[in-house]
Design a protein around this ligand. Structure first.
Ligand code: FAD
Length: 587
């Protein structure tokens, strides 16, 4: 197989909000930047973000970045790094204005200012009354942001490789990253992209669960590439289950619905969140609401013939508000649940939504391989930003509206730091041919065809195992079984074959590569979850019901080699303000 090569200053793998915001910085600074995406850029999953992006603009209610910071630290169940959180909450305000200037059509108040809605976990004055901090473009905020960023990149002449699949990073013997091997999906031709700096911006991995709000493309490829390059994944036990997925299907009904005044009821018509979170009620943090829904169903107060979901009531908002503020939700409910929320409540149940963990980075987007009790080492030439990265600003639980913020703030920060890195490292390092051969072997492995297990059957088995063994409630027994099942499935990968007719458009090969990636990520989730013997944020253990700050206020690290778990300290010291010390987390 011939191997074409291209050289760029910077390679960005992923064209969602994180990748495109980084690319704009670089292209505008006249760097030669390549953006690789396995789907057309504006189909990246950022397009699906509905509810909005947080910034303390104080357009609707009093607000400031310090209250935003407090809510984020509390929402993270005190596992978030407070220096990174302070940076993000301060940067939120100029970030939203920048988006506005770049053409994002935010919804407006009558006075012309950007509209802001209430989201879960938001408060005024450090835990007081509900705040309204989420800037929205109706319920299509991600769509508006992604299109604006794409247009900025087209103008800045970013070089796009659309529908190219990144297979693996190439690194040299010193551990520096030299670029990546990618596959042109249409032709099946491999391409080696050499770069002085490479940014992973490949998004989340919700597809590892059977029921998810995430698109088929969210298979955690960048995280798996990092693992294979020797980088650990951090805090992978923390996976967010969004409380309001369409029951049985998983598509998202944004928290913005509850922000606009919608609320949850059980089969008795009871507004049950009043029992679980007397103050915040339906706008408690997502982990709290998800656990409440699962408990209602388990205790026999679920709705429907099987009592397996609850209802989200919105009809009292009236058709005008629903059409103006939540048009996409009305459409999704009609298509996927067969109900019009203007007249009927929406059947909902928690759905796998967002990975708080990921590739460990500092707040400049630089990938770090931390060693317990030792200094963190920066991996030369490797950056990560967006959902695949873990800065960590979300800790054990992410607040709604903070992910779009994360991808924009840290995408930009990574772009800016790469500009600096390129000045200090003006030359390409020599290519490592052994590394290229290794990456090529991942591709050629899927040229073998014949009798064996199919990708589909192994994938279905794997995603079910993850749902059964790493869901909302986790016990030692459930998770130990999960680890064994994922290990079995990992072995089965050797017996998977493509059929003779299966790779007409190379999609079968891509699906096989994605499956390998997902199983690697799945292993990081179940092993990290089994290790953490406490309940914190989204990680809820009936056998260890309390948060244990004495033993577990630390980040976990999963290393693929030897399936090892290690830990590193949480950065509890912010940049300029006082630390928020851990407190009981009540809403
Ligand atoms: C339904 C839904 C609604 C949401 N709503 C909100 C919200 O209202 N507010 C909020 O803050 N957050 C929201 N989120 C979360 C937020 O949208 C995501 O976390 C965020 O958009 C991720 O952005 P990203 O840039 O990291 O990745 P993505 O936008 O997912 O982009 C990933 C990119 O990587 C590319 N890629 C991946 N693997 C490869 C590979 N192997 N080779 C080449 N390219 C690859 C993809 O093609 C894509 O371009 C929502 C999430 C979902 C699922």
């Amino acid at each position: 197989m011939s191997l074409t090569k291209r050289r760029f200053d910077a390679l960005i793998i992923g064209a969602g909000g994180a990748g495109l915001n980084a690319a704009t910085q670089l292209a505008n600074a006249d760097a030669r930047v390549a953006v690789v995406s396995k789907v057309f850029p504006t189909r990246s999953h950022t397009v699906a973000a509905q509810g909005g992006v947080n910034a303390a603009l104080a357009n609707v209610l009093p607000d400031n970045w310090h209250w935003h910071m407090f809510d984020t630290v509390k929402g993270s169940d005190y596992l978030g790094d407070q220096d990174a959180i302070e940076f993000m909450c301060r940067e939120a305000i100029p970030t939203v204005y920048q988006l506005e200037h770049n053409g994002v059509p935010f919804s407006r108040l009558d006075n012309g200012k950007i509209y802001q809605r209430a989201f879960g976990g938001q408060s005024q004055n450090f835990g007081g009354a509900q705040a309204a901090r989420t800037c929205a473009a109706a319920d299509r905020t991600g769509h508006a942001i992604l299109h604006a960023l794409y247009q900025q990149n087209v103008r800045a002449r970013t070089h796009f490789f659309d529908e190219y699949f990144a297979i693996d990073l190439i690194r040299d013997d010193e551990g520096a990253i030299l670029g990546a091997l990618v596959l042109e999906i249409e032709t099946g031709e491999p391409l080696l992209i050499e770069a002085k700096a490479t940014l992973l911006a490949t998004g989340g991995c919700g597809q590892v669960f059977r029921t998810t709000s995430n698109a088929h493309i969210n298979t955690g490829d960048g995280m798996a590439m990092a693992l294979r390059a020797g980088v650990p994944l951090m805090d992978m036990e923390f996976f967010q289950f969004h409380p309001t997925g369409i029951a049985g299907k998983g598509m998202l009904i944004t928290e913005g619905v509850r922000g606009e005044g919608g609320y949850l009821i059980n089969k008795d018509g009871e507004r049950f969140m009043e029992r679980y979170a007397p103050n915040a009620k339906d706008l408690a943090s997502r982990d709290v609401v998800s656990r409440a829904i699962v408990t209602e169903v388990k205790e026999g107060r679920g709705v429907g013939p099987n009592g397996d979901h609850v209802l989200l009531k919105v009809d009292h908002l009236g058709e005008d508000i629903i059409s103006k503020r939540l048009p996409g939700i009305r459409e999704s409910s009609k298509i996927f649940a067969g109900v019009d929320p203007v007249v009927e409540p929406i059947p909902v149940f928690p759905t796998a939504h967002y990975v708080m963990g990921g590739i460990p980075t500092d707040r400049y987007g630089r990938v770090v391989t931390p060693i317990q009790n030792g200094p963190e080492e920066v991996v030369p030439g490797l950056y990560a930003a967006g959902e695949c990265a873990c800065v960590s600003v979300h800790g054990a639980n992410r607040l709604g509206g903070n992910s779009l913020l994360d991808i924009l703030v840290f995408g930009r920060a990574a772009g800016q730091d790469i500009i600096k890195y390129l000045k200090e490292n003006p030359n390409h390092r020599p290519m490592n041919e052994t590394g290229v051969e290794q990456a090529m072997s991942r591709l050629t492995r899927w040229e073998q065809k014949g009798e064996g297990l199919s990708v589909r059957e192994v994938r279905d088995e794997f995603r079910k195992a993850m749902e059964d063994h790493a869901g909302v409630f986790r016990t030692d027994e459930i998770m130990s079984e999960g680890v064994e099942k994922v290990k079995e499935i990992r072995k089965k990968l050797a017996d998977v074959r493509l059929t003779d007719h299966s790779d007409v458009f190379n999609t079968a090969r891509v699906e096989a590569l994605e499956l390998e990636n997902m199983v690697d990520i799945g292993m990081s989730i179940v092993l990290s979850a089994l290790e953490r013997k406490e309940s914190r944020g989204a990680h809820s253990r009936p056998d260890y019901t309390e948060r244990d700050d004495t033993n577990w206020l630390k980040h976990s690290l999963y290393f693929q080699e030897g399936d090892k778990i290690d830990f590193k300290p949480v950065h509890t010291k912010p940049l300029t303000v006082e630390t928020f010390p851990p407190k009981a987390r009540v809403y």
